[in-house]
Design a protein around this ligand. Structure first.
Ligand code: SPQ
Length: 426
């Protein structure tokens, strides 16, 4: 796909439903009693993988566009799948599902695409095994495919070495089926959608600071869920609005959970004109409208506790930094190396091809602004966040930018290119 320079992005946009919340609404609905009704569900490929895994385990799920009905089987009602569960490209499906499968009365196997087969699963295998689970990496490389044999589990007090919502959620979900208390403490607080939503479904779960504690449940109960717009999808329009000349964009109905809103803080620290209006609480999650305007930006340091609050937005923040005066340092972000691609290596390679002055480090990047980007031939490495970041780079670069594998945006934002075309038409 090809992109060329644009200016004057003006208008309003509504981004698709939050990916993390969409996954969880199906998973928790599937193991609850009654029918969970989900509106504004994200119909991206990752969340469709979650739906298909639960259908394979006997859960009746009806879909009508973004509206989904999950007829739950109750906490102990999942059926043994007759085939391997296919998690596609989704790390969230792999890790959260593993926590649920560890407490079932059957054996199962799960596998995904080439990217999933490289992502580290030792981080969930260690805590699950110490709860008594039988989980093995079939290629003995601590990656998928995984085989999980359901066992009686016991609660643990787990000190996670990484701030990861997927690790935390996996252990808490196994804790639903375990004897006694399960406690997870993270080095920094990661997104807390599991804690908020599982409590709403009736789990005995409390959290305080960086620790979440769950007790086994007898039953969970169906809920009505309205999924807010995904801030991880809004970031493309936030950055496009800040760097594209003569632009003003309003993004409506964006989830602003404090464990996810790091971009607001960072954009403001870079002098970005970003304002939030119409703030409200919807289904237990903070939601609001974000307005951005073209800004004179300056470099900053992005590190420490803000990192888990914007981990998936960091590639796009690196692009933003190319348009800022002075240096921007991204640190404490080594987790970027184990996402759908090595997001440090791929960002440095592609930004450099476009003429940016950027260095990769062990735990992030240093971007020397302000650079003039030019078109180049780039590889998305089939990573949706890389493809979308470079589409925004392409409309802010001279010449033509070609992106290989650009269609992978269907993982989290199927209508991305239509939205881009609409905004660039003004
Ligand atoms: O689901 P997946 O493939 O891991 O997706 C990503 C993404 O960029 O969409 C990460 F590559 O988001 C993760 C995020 O990085 C989604 C997530 C969640 O829903 O719990 C948590 C984060 O990962 P982690 O490893 O920090 O738990």
């Amino acid at each position: 796909m090809e992109f060329s320079q644009k200016k004057g992005l003006r208008g309003e946009i509504t981004v698709p439903g939050d990916k993390s919340i969409s996954h969880r609404s199906v998973m928790f609905g599937a193991i609850s009693k009654g029918t969970t009704e989900i509106s504004n569900f994200l119909t991206g490929a990752d969340c469709l993988s979650t739906i298909s895994c639960f259908r394979q385990m006997g859960v009746d799920i009806e879909t009508d566009g973004n509206h989904v009905l999950v007829h739950g089987n109750g906490l102990h009602g999942l059926k043994a799948p007759s085939q391997r569960l296919d998690v596609g490209n989704s790390g969230t499906t792999t890790r959260l599902l593993s926590g649920i499968l560890a407490g079932q009365r059957f054996a199962s196997e799960l596998d995904g695409d080439a990217s999933i087969r490289k992502r580290p699963m030792r981080r969930i295998m260690t805590p699950l095994q110490s709860m008594g689970a039988e989980i093995t990496s079939l290629n003995q490389n601590d990656c998928a495919p995984l085989r999980i044999v359901g066992k009686s589990l016991k609660g643990i007090d787990y000190l996670s070495p990484v701030a990861s919502a997927q690790v935390k959620s996996c252990v808490l979900l196994a804790g639903l089926y375990a004897e006694g208390e399960t406690r997870v403490t993270e080095p920094e607080l990661s997104r807390n959608h599991t804690e908020l939503m599982l409590s709403a479904f009736g789990a005995d779960l409390t959290s305080s600071g960086k620790t979440a504690v769950i007790h086994p449940a007898k039953e969970l109960y169906a809920q009505k869920i309205i999924v807010p717009g995904d801030i991880s999808s809004a970031v493309y329009w936030v950055v496009a609005g800040l760097i594209t000349p003569d632009s003003e964009i309003t993004i409506r109905n964006v989830g602003l959970n404090p464990t996810r809103d790091g971009i607001l803080e960072v954009c403001r620290s870079m002098n970005g004109q970003v304002s939030v209006s119409n703030e409200r609480i919807q289904g237990g999650e903070k939601v609001g409208d974000i307005t951005v305007k073209t800004s004179e930006l300056k470099g900053t340091v992005i590190g420490g506790s803000v990192i888990p609050r914007l981990i998936d937005e960091l590639p796009t923040m690196a692009l933003l930094a190319c348009f800022a005066q002075g240096d921007t340092v991204i640190r404490d972000a080594q987790e970027l190396k184990v996402k759908e691609s090595d997001r440090i290596a791929v960002m440095v390679e592609n930004l450099t091809k476009m003429g940016a002055d950027v260095e990769g480090t062990e735990d992030g990047m240093v971007i020397h602004g302000k650079c003039r980007l030019h078109g180049a031939e780039l590889d998305s490495c089939l990573d949706h966040r890389i493809a979308m970041t470079f589409a925004i780079a392409g409309i802010n670069a001279s010449g033509t930018t070609k992106i290989k594998g650009a269609e992978c945006v269907n993982i989290s934002y199927p209508s991305f290119y239509e939205d881009l075309a609409r905004l660039t038409r003004g």
